[in-house]
Design a protein around this ligand. Structure first.
Ligand code: ADP
Ligand code: MG
Length: 579
């Protein structure tokens, strides 16, 4: 590293300054980043009393020359940049020279460091920002920073801390993230004298699996793509592993853990219609971009990032995720379902494959037929990602529980969820009707007047065109009354008033990305599709399967539920101990 220097005031002022030590986890993060900047290959972290008693970070990095140790505790003293221009190409985590002084101001710091060469190690003791002791000592190459009694002189901040368990979790998360972004480095975390985690140097893929808690690497879908100014690599959790919150989403830009609504939404866009409403995918996304296409300095804790070409980046990331997801087998094999509920009676004989499909909770999936490329239409979200992949030709055998069509097809027996499948078929048909002037409608013999609350009236006025395109010819007819003249042909058999209410309900929920017309099509399809429990004639089953085969995206309904599950013959043979 270059020598440590105090940044000129003009430079220091231009760098967004701020509190870097908010809580124990931020101290851990800063110290670990310093170790990584020093080129460490092993970083050992030790915590006592949730970090308030002790935080100790030891590394085998290049150390600090003894003449510079005291300087390292001065504000804006850094070895990482000198001029403002250097900021543009900054590769290191640190560049502000703020962490050590800020930490030392609110604790007692003992720093022991040694560089390569004959110089002895040096030990500095700094209390409340004042260097009290500076003496040579014996130590191996590298740096150990011990932070004791954190926040002892700022009781307000101490009080602000959450429970020990919560702070401990945040610390572990900080270490996990650093480990993810630096897979070649070995990390250990010791909490109150007990080894809490050890991450031996490994690949990014393995670290991603660990971070996501994926049962096996096969559970992650890998995506890789060039993006404006660099490249993106992501490990995506399978749709059926989605969670009720976004806690499983991890973003890294040039090895920094960041938060970015843009990137998060781009990946979620890739999952469009593969997930049920209210479920969020888990993933790790690592973006490597030229430093001139990203600004990491917008927030003092360096968490927020901004990008130059936002639109192009969004599209590229969404497409990368989408392409990878669709190229992976999405039809869940029966092993997933039949075995997820409990352990197999015959142990491994029921296993889906050697990876342990027979394990509880394992959701294996089999590629049953080759997939062709899908084409993403730029500019149109969600349903626009269609084309290519089809369901094989299926022969219906009968109906189970008046809910599932049981069918025979290449390599497997298939169970088709009649409601989900029909929803998918109707939805695609309705959306496609846009090209031919709109959804086929039927004029009502007697127009229906409907009383509506003000909010719904506003929606109606606002979206009158979309409503008309979706088969609903409706107009305001007074401040609280609307008159409905037509309904979609599909909904002709149901109450016109209810059809309108459902349509307005669909417009009220603002779905990310989906247009008003698509949402109206969803409402109509959902409302009019064959229901679970409906008895189907052999002809109706035949028609449903033929229609589903023709669908462009046959594997899920628009709520993200699967339409079809395959029971591979190889699996059935194993069940009967034939294989
Ligand atoms: P910054 O990381 O922004 O430069 P810090 O206050 O975190 O500021 O650190 C100040 C300086 O101390 C760094 O620039 C670096 O030269 C030195 N330093 C801190 N920690 C270590 C370490 N673990 N190994 C080697 N040098 C270190
Ligand atoms: Mg630093």
């Amino acid at each position: 590293m270059s020598p440590i220097r105090v940044l000129e005031e003009s430079v220091a002022e231009r760098i967004a300054a701020g509190e870097v030590v908010e809580r124990p986890a931020s101290v851990v993060k800063e110290l670990v980043e310093n170790s990584l900047d020093a080129g460490a290959s092993v970083v050992d972290i030790e915590i006592r009393g949730a970090g308030t008693r002790l935080i100790r970070v030891a590394d085998d990095g290049e150390g600090i020359p003894s003449a510079e140790v005291a300087l390292a505790f001065q504000r804006f003293a850094t070895s990482k940049i000198r001029r403002l221009e250097d900021l543009d190409g900054v590769q290191s985590y640190g560049f502000r020279g703020e962490a050590l002084p800020s930490i030392a101001a609110v604790s007692r710091v003992v720093l022991t460091t040694r560089t390569e060469g004959p110089e002895p190690a040096i030990r500095a003791v700094v209390t409340a920002g004042v260097v009290e002791e500076l003496a040579a000592c014996g130590a191996p190459r590298g740096t150990v920073v011990e932070v004791e009694r954190l926040f002892h002189n700022t009781p307000a901040r101490l009080k602000f801390l959450k429970s020990a368990a919560r702070e401990g979790f945040l610390i572990a998360e900080a270490v996990h993230r650093a480990a993810m972004a630096n897979p070649a480095v070995t990390f250990t975390l010791t909490v109150d004298g007990r080894l809490a985690g050890r991450w031996p140097g490994s690949s990014q893929r393995e670290r991603a699996a660990e971070l996501l808690g994926a049962a096996g690497l096969g559970d992650l879908v890998h995506a890789q793509e060039a993006v404006p100014g660099g490249r993106v690599e992501a490990w995506l959790g399978r749709p059926e592993r989605a969670r009720p919150n976004r806690l499983g989403q991890h973003l890294f830009v040039n090895r920094r853990p960041v938060s970015s609504a843009l990137l998060r939404r781009a990946v979620e866009q890739g999952y469009a219609q593969l997930l049920p409403v209210g479920r969020y995918p888990a993933f790790v996304l690592c973006l490597e971009v030229r430093s001139d296409s990203v600004d990491v300095n917008v927030h003092p804790r360096k968490l927020e990032v901004r990008f130059k070409e936002e639109g192009a980046l969004f599209g590229a990331v969404a497409k990368a995720a989408r392409t990878a997801l669709l190229a992976s087998p999405l039809v869940r094999s029966a092993a997933a379902l039949s075995l997820a509920a409990g352990r197999p009676i015959w142990g491994t004989a029921l296993g889906d494959d050697s990876r342990g499909g027979g394990q509880e909770g394992s959701e294996g999936a089999l590629p049953l037929w080759p997939r062709s490329e899908r084409v993403a239409e730029p500019g149109r979200p969600g349903a626009a990602y269609i084309g290519g992949q089809r369901l094989p030709s299926l022969r219906p055998l009968g109906q189970a529980l008046n809910t599932y069509v049981v069918a025979e097809g290449p390599g497997a027996i298939y169970l088709v969820d009649q409601h989900a499948a029909h929803e998918r078929v109707l939805y695609e048909r309705l959306v496609a009707s846009r090209r031919s002037g709109g959804v086929p409608y039927q004029l009502l013999a007697v127009p229906v007047t409907v009383e509506l609350p003000a909010a719904q009236m506003a929606l109606l006025v606002d979206r009158q065109d979309s409503l008309r395109l979706a088969g609903l010819d409706v107009e305001p007819f007074g401040p609280r009354t609307a008159v409905l003249r037509s309904v979609p042909v599909l909904a002709a058999a149901t109450s016109a008033e209810e059809t309108l209410h459902r349509a307005l309900g669909a417009l009220a929920v603002e779905g990310e990305g989906d247009g008003a017309f698509e949402r109206l099509c969803i409402a109509t399809a959902c409302h009019t599709a064959i229901r679970a429990g409906d008895r189907l004639s052999p002809e109706a089953m035949e028609r449903l399967l033929t229609d589903l085969e023709a669908a462009e995206d046959p594997f899920t309904c628009f709520h993200g539920r699967p339409t079809v599950i395959a029971l591979p013959y190889t699996q059935i043979e194993r069940w009967f101990l034939r294989g």
